[in-house]
Write a protein that binds this ligand. Structure first.
Ligand SMILES: Cc1cc2nc3c(=O)[nH]c(=O)nc-3n(C[C@H](O)[C@H](O)[C@H](O)COP(=O)(O)OP(=O)(O)OC[C@H]3O[C@@H](n4cnc5c(N)ncnc54)[C@H](O)[C@@H]3O)c2cc1C
Length: 396
């Protein structure tokens, strides 16, 4: 009899895992609390570690048709707009690892995944309780309805109910930062002279990132600035352009003109968690932000969830039973995702330096990287982007 897996949550992680598992011959049911599938209208960067999974699932062409590949990655001085580092990053990654670095509009990414295979999807179904018996596991919804299967994977995000079931209701850590997000119309951005690159502007205690998505229809931007968190009641909320502009008033006019040319903005309180000691217990496990919520400073949360889904499929395929499979999955994912969680925290320090001596040292290091290493892939980048969830040997 085929193994039946319940995936709780239909975000990028849940739908990525559904695609991997259905292709592996598993019976999958995805349970989602929202009325319809949707992602926040913003961008996401996907490196070769994630795009190789799309290739292996036959979805890379669909993804490429909707994405933008940046010509270069440029770090700008936040004050005068001078280039601190300019590397042809995407091209080098493609040459080295064989798969592209892409900028994708999140609703497009979700479409590619939801149309990628036949998924049994239960919408408007909020999981409140995990249920366990000797040889099966289930969930109870707020409606009282129950679903039972061989395994449950909590793909239900940073505030995961399944994670609370395994580890207790520990609140996420507020990072002290808020993310402003916006989509500037692509035509307007091109009139402002914004090139097709991945741009980073690093200032004291804050930074600003932008890149084109949706085939150039929008310039996606994210501005990270300090915040006490008190005024943000929810995980994400509508913000005011004037407020965002105030947070970046000391930045170069190109940044300010991107903000003022954007019709509306959203603000997100940025939370993460420490790496968990375990993800799997019996027939229950975790995936994506439910397992390893991270700050977006390596642009890897979604990519790691795509890796998770494929490794989960392989572990379940290669093990005698589901319990062994989930334990092997955890073993193959814990260390890597903890490394990315911790690296994302470290990048905050690097991006947000304010001491003039430290800033000068960082900027001359960036310059030296260009002079000596123009097209080199750094060791950490090899570890990040060279990882192959489809073919790398699994540990037992
Ligand atoms: C500003 C910012 C920029 C980012 N940039 C990048 C980037 O460039 N690259 C990258 O790889 N990552 C990036 N990330 C991270 C990425 O967005 C997340 O890691 C990723 O979206 C997590 O996907 P997920 O499916 O695990 O969780 P989620 O997207 O949170 O999905 C969880 C789903 O579960 C559902 N759910 C929750 N509770 C229940 C319940 N009880 N019952 C049923 N359903 C439930 C929710 O409705 C939701 O649909 C960024 C994040 C931020 C904040």
């Amino acid at each position: 009899m085929e193994t039946h897996i319940l995936l709780i949550g239909a975000g990028i992680g849940g739908l990525g895992a559904a695609n991997a598992l259905v292709r592996g011959g598993f019976k999958v049911t995805v349970i989602e609390q929202a009325k319809s599938l949707g992602e926040v209208g913003a961008g996401v960067q996907l490196g070769p570690n994630a795009t190789r999974v799309f290739h292996s699932m036959g979805l890379l062409d669909d993804l490429l048709a909707q994405s933008v590949s940046p010509k270069a990655q440029i770090a700008f001085s936040f004050e005068d707009g001078k280039e601190l580092r300019h590397v042809t990053f995407a091209e080098k990654l493609k040459q080295t690892f064989g798969f592209p670095y892409l900028h994708v509009y999140r609703p497009d990414l979700l479409n590619v995944l939801s149309n990628g295979c036949d998924i049994e999807l239960k919408l408007e179904s909020q999981v409140t309780t995990v249920l366990e018996e000797d040889d099966r596991v289930g969930v109870r919804l707020s409606s009282g309805e129950e679903f039972w299967a061989d395994a449950i994977i909590g793909c239900d995000g940073i505030h995961s109910a399944v994670r609370s079931y395994l580890h207790g209701p520990i609140p996420a850590r507020f990072s002290g930062n808020m993310a402003w997000r916006g989509l500037c119309p692509g035509d307007v951005a091109r009139e402002l002279g914004i090139p097709r690159v991945s741009a980073n502007w690093w200032g004291p205690g804050r930074h600003f990132v932008h890149y084109y998505v949706a085939g150039g229809r929008y310039l996606n931007w994210v501005g990270i600035a300090p915040h006490d968190g008190s005024a943000i009641e929810s995980w994400s909320a509508k913000g005011e352009i004037t407020e965002a502009l105030r947070d970046f008033s000391m930045f170069h006019k190109q940044v300010r003109s991107i903000i003022t040319s954007t019709p509306s903005t959203m603000k997100w309180a940025l939370h993460d968690r420490d790496p968990l000691p375990f993800w799997s217990k019996g027939r229950v496990s975790l995936l994506g932000d439910a397992a390893h919520p991270m700050l977006p400073f390596m642009a890897q949360g979604a990519a790691q969830s795509i890796e998770d889904g494929y490794v989960l499929r392989r572990c379940l395929e290669e093990c005698e039973n589901v319990i062994e499979g989930l334990s092997r999955y955890e073993k193959n994912r814990l260390e890597r995702t903890a490394w990315v969680q911790q690296g994302s925290r470290k990048n905050e320090t690097l991006f947000h330096l304010s001491d003039p001596k430290e800033v000068a040292a960082r900027n001359s290091r960036l310059q030296a990287e260009v002079d000596t290493n123009v097209q080199q892939v750094q060791p950490d980048q090899s570890r990040l982007f060279g990882y192959d969830p489809v073919n790398d040997p699994l540990s037992n």
